[in-house]
Design a protein around this ligand. Structure first.
Ligand code: 3PG
Length: 223
């Protein structure tokens, strides 16, 4: 069985290391994509996950990959099958995140242009990915799947696995996750609240991102 190449492993790790905070964004209006991304980038955010939960996601990924190619890594989230994966790649997604795993998705990720961050919630799911060579995973839904304590426990049998937990994480809990040696980045929707995005409060989005990064400082190697 041919597994994930070292190069693919490094490519997804590079995405996590560009974090440490990854906004998980469900865009309602394509016109919000650029000002929202600029507000986040201005605050120091370098990775965005645009979820394929709205029809605006693919056009927004395409737009951002053309307009801000050097400023931010834009990936696609909520990818659940190879067809969605292909659409995300064609739109220019630099990485792909799935909420869970299927054999077809894991298989597609082995040779995909955009590296895969597969979602797992249990050790057995992790082992299915691990067997194929995956060493970086989204831990989802983090808070209800055991949170920080579960990730601490995963480090015992799998010290070489890195995680990006998402699901239920907020500004005041992100730092607890980032304090773990096996957590490289943390994701969530709290960074782009609908209450701010819907009214175009880009200064507010920027402020929240800055505050969130500041409250995590010291937990991810920042002086
Ligand atoms: C995800 O897809 O990662 C989650 O929907 C994020 O969950 P949150 O809204 O609790 O941050």
């Amino acid at each position: 069985m041919t597994g994930l190449s070292d190069q693919q492993r490094q490519r997804i790790m590079a995405v996590l290391e560009a974090g440490p905070l990854i906004p998980v964004i469900s865009l309602q209006r394509e016109a919000d994509a650029v000002p929202l991304a600029e507000a986040l980038v201005g605050a120091g955010i370098r990775v965005l996950e645009i979820t394929l939960r709205t029809p605006r996601a693919l056009p927004a990924i395409e737009l951002l990959s053309k307009r801000l190619p050097d400023d931010v890594l834009v990936g696609a989230g909520t990818v659940t099958d190879p067809a969605g994966y292909r659409r995300a790649e064609n739109a220019g997604a630099r990485f792909v995140v799935s909420p869970g795993i299927t054999p077809r998705l894991l298989d597609y990720g082995l040779t995909a242009n955009a590296p895969l961050l597969p979602g797992v919630a249990t050790v057995s799911e992790l082992m299915l990915g691990y067997e194929l060579g995956y060493r970086s995973f989204k831990f989802f839904p983090a808070e209800v799947s055991g949170g920080v304590k579960a990730l601490e426990a995963f480090a015992g049998p799998f010290p070489d696995v890195a995680f990006c937990p998402t699901g239920g994480i907020r500004q005041n809990t992100a730092r607890d996750y980032l304090a773990l040696s096996n957590v490289k980045a943390v994701g969530g929707t709290w960074l782009t609240p609908e209450s701010k995005v819907s009214v175009g409060d880009w200064a507010g989005v920027s402020r929240l991102a800055r505050e969130s990064l500041a409250s995590c400082r010291g937990q991810y190697g920042d002086p």
